[in-house]
Design a protein around this ligand. Structure first.
Ligand code: BYC
Length: 333
């Protein structure tokens, strides 16, 4: 694990080697104002560090929990090619979780503690992964819509003020782009298929649309963190701005597929240059993130079970490392 710059103890006198009071704060604020990256060894306000740990760890948890709804379809993919693609995508998501846990660890927290917080129900993960995957078309809808929303949210995070997070996001976004395209490709195949296949694609869109629209988080007026995280250059665009961009980008894609977005109030607003949309059911959103969505209990139970099932691997790896270290010291002696 990386270490953090060491803070002065309260009351400690500055010496020639230590910055004058306020200097660290000014250096931090100047870096933010100049759009320079903050790195793990740089001084940062405690609120900035905590915000990053919260957001990056929630993001990591989302990637790992996000493997579960798709994992449900690995054994039932309709062809070997589709199965290989789905497996590669799910593996990428595990990898994204690892980059993100590593980025969070640069802020002085341990992955074990972050995972414990998830399993104890204290840390959040994306609301979207608490919905079930009922048909193969859901693999298409997740790739097209969920990964599409993820790209919209994550491309601006490549310019996040915190270096390790921004760098992790660059690689993740490249992979998300493939994920989105494979999802759209599944939808396209279904929409060009039999009427029953097209109906399956429409049903998936009907079920995923509103949860995906909610994925961007509460409206700006309700978002408790946005103002500060945007001031710190962590988030570059607000929840509502990203939601609007996603809707504007997705409407023509749905038209190309010949599918109907399940929002009777959705229409182009010439004056705004954007689509207007119908009201979002925020009571559903809050219910899901507070733990009462259709699959919350199942998802957490699966993660806890996975940790328990893997205990013997971790124990064996530690025993092997200890024996190896012992051999090394005997050889050295
Ligand atoms: N789900 O003040 P706000 C993926 C919480 S992975 C659950 O606006 P903020 C993918 C929020 O945490 C997708 N909770 O917060 C993976 C806060 O609660 P706390 C994950 C949500 O942080 C596999 C409270 O509501 N992407 O795409 O400024 C396969 C108030 O919200 C949600 C990321 O994590 C939600 N949807 O903005 C396929 C991206 N929304 O923490 C795909 C990085 C809000 O005070 N994260 N909350 O208890 C972000 O960009 C921001 O954290 C958010 C929320 C936009 C999510």
């Amino acid at each position: 694990m990386y270490t953090q710059a060491i803070d002065l103890k309260p009351g400690a006198e500055p010496t020639a080697a230590t910055p004058a009071p306020g200097e660290r704060e000014r250096a931090f604020e100047a870096a933010i104002a100049d759009d320079r990256r903050i790195e793990p060894q740089d001084w940062m306000p405690e609120g900035y560090r905590k915000t990053l740990v919260r957001q990056i760890s929630q993001h990591a948890h989302s990637e790992v929990v996000g493997m579960l709804p798709e994992g449900n379809w690995v054994t039932r993919a309709p062809s070997l090619r589709r199965k290989a693609i789905l497996l590669a995508k799910i593996q990428d998501e595990g990898g994204h979780g690892l980059y993100l846990y590593a980025a969070a660890e640069t802020l002085g927290v341990s992955r074990e503690d972050l995972v414990d917080a998830l399993h104890a129900g204290k840390a959040k993960y994306s609301s979207i992964f608490n919905y079930p995957t009922l048909t193969w078309a859901d693999m298409g809808a997740i790739g097209w819509l969920v990964d599409g929303a993820a790209i919209m949210n994550q491309v601006p995070l490549c310019r996040c003020s915190y270096g390790p997070y921004a760098r992790a996001m660059i690689r993740i976004c490249k992979e998300e782009s493939f994920h989105q395209r494979q999802g759209f490709d599944i939808m396209l195949a279904l929409c060009r298929g039999t009427p029953a296949q097209k109906a399956m694609a429409q049903d998936a869109l009907d079920r995923w649309w509103w949860p995906v629209v909610m994925m961007f988080g509460p409206s700006d007026s309700e978002s408790i963190h946005s103002a500060q995280t945007m001031r710190w250059g962590i988030k570059r665009l607000s929840n509502d701005e990203l939601r609007q961009r996603f809707i504007d980008a997705t409407v023509p894609q749905a038209e190309l597929l010949g599918l109907r977005i399940p929002d009777p109030e959705l229409r182009w607003n010439e004056a705004r240059g954007h689509h207007d949309h119908g009201p979002i059911d925020w009571s559903e959103f809050w219910r899901v993130i507070e733990g009462d969505g259709p699959c919350n209990r199942e998802r957490l139970a699966a993660r806890v079970q996975a940790l328990e099932n893997g205990a013997w691997v971790r124990e064996a790896a530690l025993a092997h490392a200890a024996r190896h270290a012992g051999t090394g010291s005997r050889e050295a002696a």
